[in-house]
Write a protein that binds this ligand. Structure first.
Ligand code: G6P
Ligand code: BGC
Ligand code: BGC
Length: 924
């Protein structure tokens, strides 16, 4: 083509020709224009089809349908509520991607009082084309430089600034400050960014820049900023609609409908990313030859087909393609084109908006066309206006169909027949294009007549909203810091655990030698684990755990058969007089005997009594002190077997033969030892905690004899009662101890066992509430109630399969209303408390097995530990954490944990059986 004159006009080649394939070139100009514009007409039926089809895609995406991939992404944004109006502080906002090739930095002050506003300061920077298409690092470095330049001009320090990042591209968000770019859209195509966390890339760039210490607190899509910044009218604004360079919307969805989230309550803001909608069935009929050309020449061919009919980046381009076609056909501009008309991006949204404006007048249109290097004839202005109107009308109508789909979705999810809703609108197409909003409104009314929609223009192009999200994110981050600080003392290092193990070893040795020690190391007079030759019928009592049980244990050649019944011990009995307690026990035995048809028989009885006792023989146990919830008077210092016999005496009708008294750890070891001869340790982690193990008799100072073994009841619950654990004790342990019935006692037990973990968690939650970190700082009466937070809740809350829904259910049962952030924090508190318990328990077991190994002078010890107790058995991770800690701290011991299935009553019966056999032998 030849250039003519200074206007740079280009002459058409020969007769009117139609470069756009398939379009005839009628000679009548008006007809040709009409025919061309006819393609941009979208019927009501087509709009409805787009609305339905988009709604289908949205619902498939929400359900997490993978294949075929839904046409829209429906990305959760981690924004869970619309603003309260109470957010406050100063924030820096960086906007990238909303408005073409420019980047905006704002300084926003939130006043914390609804309705009070301070105008933000802002500055816009043009991003050079080579930066938009160059390496990612260059783009983020550019952004960091713009930030510095903007801040340099403000009277702010260079420390502790909090930034909200508005990044308007499709991203997978995994947190308020974590967002991976899926793909560039609009005019951007920087290398090395797709698949990366854009927050990290920005942080790195700010650090490279080095001038300001800026914390990137939140990242949001522009639609979210638009929605969040909307001044609430009658009700909250729950849809954000952007038509700028690109287009998209977000809205508040019910969390339970979002398959990828583990949430069943509340709402979450979803970015629809409707720009990528390209369902062939729905869009096919409305796509023109110009849309295909535009797509073909774009940076992201085949992608964002819907956006390319609506977004501001493309409206000018579509107009340009149509005008160029009409010029080439000889219908416009006397058949001449210009470099601007032929160059991609030659006509901008601004040109289109201004030319389409009915008030613009022919002279203004002329002037603009001349600026574009064209030489319009008198009739051209009107034609050009028609073209602009057709392209923009279609865009507004398509946008309305998409918005109508969102509104239908809201109606479905809220199960409402009619909907009253506010939509925040933002973007240059709304700002610059007067008719866009009115066409949009009209069309929405036609497509979603049951919705009463008010459109509210966004404040500061969404900057205010980004600041709101940032304020919330900053508050959450501050809360996280406080949470971490609070939980830090629960997190024990390997060194701390090794120190506990070493201290335990030292206390064991001292206890065995009869020196002052918090470990009493009580001899049990059990000298051997069962050998399988035990036989007979026995009664057993099991007192001291969650349940009081009476058992009939039949030990026969075929194995052990157990019949048992649980009886309750009311708290008033456990903490009443000793006589009352033992009378109650005997009543239960009598009842059991009657039910089992054993009345009148005097079976040998083994008594599992799970409290510290000094034993001088198998059937003698002097209670040293009560533990756990027991506190019956006149028992401490007494022989428990005597107390039982006296109660039997008072109940004249019965005769019972009490043969042995056994601690539950010993019962458990014996019970497991019946199956596995390697079982030489007994461990209980239930209401209380304790361990026993087979010690060399020569090491036990208080029992005569140098050969053989004796089972030692360590009474490790009291470990640390001499103050040796004070380094590890937290303020919450101190509160739990102080409020207990035995302050200063059983300090190790109080950090580990089921009776106390719920209480530790409760005290921790109270503290976090007082810091304002939990439950919006609202203390409730319920949470202040002792023992309201059961240890079984820890097991339930930490069970992976139930996750956060479970936390909510439990806490709401306790009358605590919580947000999803609260639920997560409560889970973390439970984890910290139970993890410490399991690790301390593991350090104890490590001390025990190492002692056995060294006693025997072995390089490696293979040993089994019989374990019982509700906490150990019910908690989802406790047992594996104990085992892991033992592996770490006692690497030369191969330790197998055997869970006792029958409780320690069976073990007590076995001890009784051995005693009876020995007694018979001595009689013979
Ligand atoms: C076993 C015993 C009880 C013992 C209990 C510990 O089952 O039979 O005597 O005290 O374990 O568990 P718990 O969780 O009930 O305190
Ligand atoms: C992006 C969206 C954005 C929209 C409007 C689209 O190209 O994918 O994330 O919200 O443009 O800026
Ligand atoms: C008692 C121990 C008992 C442990 C487990 C502790 O409170 O002192 O004797 O073994 O609880 O039940």
């Amino acid at each position: 083509m030849d250039s003519i004159g200074s206007l740079g006009l280009q002459q058409r080649e020969g007769a009117p020709s139609c470069p756009q394939e398939g379009l005839p070139c009628p000679s009548n100009s008006s007809e040709l224009v009409q025919e061309c514009l006819q393609q941009f007409k979208v019927t009501g039926a087509q709009l409805r089809q787009i609305q339905t089809s988009l709604l289908d895609s949205m619902e498939q995406a929400l359900k997490g349908q993978a294949s075929p991939a839904p046409a829209v992404r429906m990305l959760p944004t981690y924004v869970g509520s619309t603003p309260h109006g109470t957010e406050q502080g100063d924030f820096v906002v960086l906007e990238l991607g909303a408005t073409g090739a420019s980047l905006r930095v704002l300084w926003v002050t939130l006043m914390g009082i609804e309705g009070h506003k301070m105008e933000p300061r802002s500055q816009e920077f043009v991003i050079p084309q080579e930066v938009m298409l160059g390496p990612g690092q260059q783009l983020f470095d550019f952004a960091a430089r713009c930030l510095s330049e903007f801040l340099d001009a403000l009277p702010v320090g260079n420390q502790g600034l909090q930034l909200g990042f508005s990044f308007s591209f499709p991203c997978h968000q995994t947190g308020l400050d974590k967002s991976t770019l899926i793909s560039w859209t609009k005019g951007f195509r920087c290398s090395g960014v797709e698949g990366q966390d854009v927050v990290q890339l920005l942080r790195d760039a700010i650090q490279r820049q080095g001038t300001y210490s800026i914390d990137v607190v939140a990242v949001v899509n522009d639609t979210v900023g638009t929605m969040m910044g909307c001044e609430p009218g009658l009700g909250p604004c729950e849809v954000g609609l952007v038509v700028d360079t690109g287009t998209n919307a977000c809205y508040m969805e019910e969390a339970r409908h979002v398959a990828v989230l583990d949430e069943d309550r509340g709402r979450v803001c979803i970015s629809v990313e409707w720009g990528s909608f390209s369902d062939d069935g729905a869009l096919g009929p409305v796509l023109t030859i110009f849309d295909h050309t535009l797509d073909h020449e774009s940076l992201n061919r085949g992608a964002q087909r819907f956006e390319k009919m609506i977004g501001g980046l493309y409206l000018g381009e579509l107009v340009r393609l149509v005008l160029a076609h009409l010029a080439r056909c000889g219908v416009l501009f006397g058949g001449y084109t210009s470099p601007a008309l032929l160059r991609q991006g030659g006509i901008l949204l601004e040109h289109v908006a201004e030319m389409e404006d009915p008030s613009a007048g022919a002279a203004r249109v002329h002037a603009i066309l001349q600026d574009l290097g064209l030489n319009p004839r008198a009739s051209d202005a009107e034609f050009v206006q028609h073209v602009c109107a057709a392209v923009c009308t279609r865009a507004a109508q398509l946008c309305a169909a998409a918005l109508a789909a969102v509104l239908s979705r809201l109606q479905h999810s809220r199960e409402q027949q009619t909907l009253q809703i506010a939509v925040a609108t933002g973007g240059r197409v709304f700002e610059r294009h007067p008719r866009f909003l009115s066409i949009l409104q009209e069309t929405v009314m036609l497509l979603a007549p049951e919705c009463d929609v008010s459109f509210i223009p966004s404040v500061d192009g969404g900057g205010q909203g980004v600041a709101m999200v940032t304020a919330v994110a900053a508050r959450l981050a501050a809360h996280r810091c406080l949470l971490e600080e609070t939980l830090a003392p629960f997190r024990l290092t390997r060194e701390q655990l090794a120190a506990v193990q070493a201290q335990m070893r030292e206390a064991m040795a001292k206890g065995l030698q009869g020196e002052a020690s918090s470990l009493r190391m009580l001899p049990t007079y059990v000298r051997d684990t069962p050998d399988g030759s035990e036989r007979g019928d026995f009664l057993a009592l099991d007192l001291g755990g969650t349940n009081f049980r009476v058992l009939l244990v039949r030990v026969a050649t075929g194995g052990v058969q157990i019949t048992s019944q649980i009886y309750s011990i009311p708290e008033c009995v456990a903490q009443g007089s000793g006589q009352q307690l033992f009378d109650h026990i005997v009543d239960c035995i009598v009842d059991f005997q009657e039910k089992q048809g054993l009345s009148g028989q005097s079976l040998p009885l083994g008594f599992t009594f799970s409290f510290p006792c000094t034993q001088l023989g198998l059937d003698q146990g002097i209670l040293l002190n009560w533990t756990k919830g027991f506190n019956a008077s006149d028992c401490e210092g007494q022989d428990v077997v005597c107390l039982l016999r006296e109660a039997i005496g008072r109940r004249q009708a019965v005769e019972l033969n009490v043969v042995a008294i056994v601690n539950d750890t010993v019962g458990t070891m014996m019970s497991c030892g019946y199956e596995d001869p390697h079982c030489e340790v007994g461990l209980i982690v239930g209401t209380g905690t304790n361990a026993c193990y087979m010690e060399e008799l020569r090491n036990v100072a208080s029992v005569d004899g140098d050969s053989g073994h004796m089972c030692i009841n360590m009474e490790w619950g009291a470990f640390g009662d001499d103050g040796s654990l004070s380094m590890l004790s937290t303020r919450f342990d101190a509160s739990v101890d102080q409020a207990s019935i035995n302050p200063g006692k059983q300090r190790f037990e109080k950090m580990i066992s089921g009776m106390y973990l719920g209480e530790i968690v409760r005290h921790t939650l109270l503290h976090l509430t007082s810091l304002g970190v939990l439950f919006r700082g609202q203390q409730t009466q319920r949470l202040q109630t002792r023992d309201i937070f059961k240890t079984k809740f820890l097991s339930e809350i930490e069970s992976d399969s139930l996750a956060l829904r479970q936390v909510r259910a439990i806490l709401e049962d306790l009358g605590l209303s919580l947000t999803s952030d609260d639920a997560l924090m409560v889970l973390e508190v439970c984890q910290a408390v139970s993890q410490r318990a399991a690790q301390l328990c593991g350090a104890g077991v490590a001390a025990v097995v190492e002692k056995i190994r060294e006693n025997r002078g072995l390089e490696e010890l293979t040993v089994s530990v019989g374990v019982d107790g509700t906490l150990y058995k019910l908690h989802p991770h406790f047992s594996s954490l104990v085992a892991a800690t033992v592996r770490e701290l006692a690497p030369r011991c191969v330790v197998t944990f055997l869970q006792s299935e029958d409780g320690s009553g069976k073990g007590a019966a076995l001890v009784t059986a051995v005693a009876c056999r020995l007694a018979q032998m001595t009689c013979v």
